[in-house]
Design a binder for this molecule. Sequence first.
Ligand code: APR
Length: 232
Amino acid sequence: MIRPAASSARIVVLSGAGLSAESGLGTFRDAGGLWARYDLEEVATPQGFARDPALVHDFYNARRANMTASAPNAAHEALARLSRRDGVTLVTQNIDDLLERAGARGVVHMHGDLSRALCHACGARWDAPAVMSPEAPCPDCGAAATRPDVVWFGEMPYRMEEIETALAAADLFVSVGTSGTVYPAAGFAALARAAGARTLELNLDPSGGDFDEVRTGPATQLVPGWVDEVMG
Ligand code: APR
């Protein structure tokens, strides 16, 4: 049992698709997950987007609609409460906005944000419309070059310097609902441990990663209880 963090402890929480699973958003690698139903090469790579931008927009338009129709769950709400404590960095691999809708502040979306759009001609970013299409012009430069502001395989995740700085200073690293299969996120526990942090996994199916403690169960049962331990 990892001692509840002291009030001054610096905590980094990494979340994955398991955090939003109980809100009805699919995971990727569980049975029936997104990558069992879609070819990630076609819908989650720059090459796939170049080949068929309409297919990729359709894929993210459907996920955006599902996200909008979903609601934050008790785990999002607990992490939102934790985010108001000093010394906490919430990093998520998820592109949904459920943490923000639960009231979380300063969420670091390392794989981007489905509610945002990006122009790959001029780099402009804006709030994504419900439905995006290849023909829609960029509101800044007018080019028909818009894409969801998400990070695809083969692209650099966002805000890595900020994340690595937080990991290097962490007293506690907590991984919530991620299979730990995609780098660089899969290497965060080792980075935090190398800097002297204790490490805890909260997951439905343990990832097998090297954690000081692993608690197994659904996020809505594990996360609120853990946040209560930390917040006292
Ligand atoms: N509560 C907690 N954890 C859960 C729940 C739940 N209700 N349901 C599933 N999980 C866990 C699974 O046990 C698994 O460890 O969520 C994890 C889902 O793993 P993946 O589907 O691989 O999702 P994730 O780890 O977020 O994937 C990482 O891969 O495809 C890319 O960019 C994509 O950000 C994603 C990255």
